[in-house]
Design a protein around this ligand. Structure first.
Ligand SMILES: Cc1nc(C(=O)O)sc1CCOP(=O)(O)O
Length: 203
């Protein structure tokens, strides 16, 4: 059974994001607050809005801002190459789940060795959320999956129409931004994606 992570777009207000998450969080295993360029205070507003909307703290992952994640006692942090080192974060905040953003097998191995719980790998398909960059494709997913034992969650251009192919390539789940948060019907899309990753119908 796979996992579904939803990632904020950085293009919606905290209130807009929270209104959608109030309805889609039952379908998601995790919701990432990825609000690049915002201050800790602003990122915290997103976290608080999600909590008030009924999203369990244990489903919230904060991108990069370890301080915000620790202060609000949420599930974890998503770290990238510019973030604090995985090992140091683990040492100081052993209760935080740590995801690492990686772009190839070597980075994935390093993340695993440092103690990451899972990796996000991408971007798999072309996406407006990462314009101008060459997608890494399904072979890239398979290469990274082979390199490590921790779960690889694929990201980039994923929607209900192509999620199965990513899982078939070995991904432990999918992470999506626009397919859910910019959808006309976010609930329908999240439900469809959840059914695909769980491999069962959700009533
Ligand atoms: C946030 C992010 N990280 C990526 C990576 O390659 O690490 S691709 C990406 C954006 C994915 O957006 P969408 O689901 O709208 O295609």
């Amino acid at each position: 059974m796979g996992v579904l992570h939803l990632v904020s777009t950085g293009r919606q207000t905290a209130a807009q994001l929270a209104a959608i998450c109030a309805r889609v969080h039952p379908y998601a295993d995790a919701i990432h607050v990825r609000e690049k360029g915002k201050t800790a205070r602003e990122v915290a507003e997103f976290v608080v809005a999600l909590l008030r909307a009924g999203v369990p703290a244990q489903k919230i992952i904060v991108n990069d801002r370890v301080d915000v994640a620790a202060v609000y006692g949420v599930k974890g942090v998503q770290l990238a190459y510019h973030s604090l080192p995985v090992r140091a974060v683990r040492r100081t905040f052993p209760d935080l789940a740590i995801g690492c953003s990686v772009h190839g097998p070597i980075e994935a191995k390093q993340a695993q060795q440092a103690g990451a719980l899972f990796c996000l790998y991408g971007h798999v398909f072309p996406t407006d959320s990462k314009p101008g960059l060459v997608p890494r494709g399904l072979d890239g997913v398979a290469d990274v999956v082979r390199a490590v034992q921790i779960p690889i969650i694929a990201i980039g251009g994923i929607h209900a129409g192509n999620a199965r192919s990513v899982l078939k390539a070995g991904a432990a789940g999918v992470a999506v931004l626009s397919a859910v948060f910019l959808a006309e019907d976010p609930v329908r899309e999240a439900k469809q994606l959840a059914e695909i990753v769980k491999g069962e119908r959700i009533e």
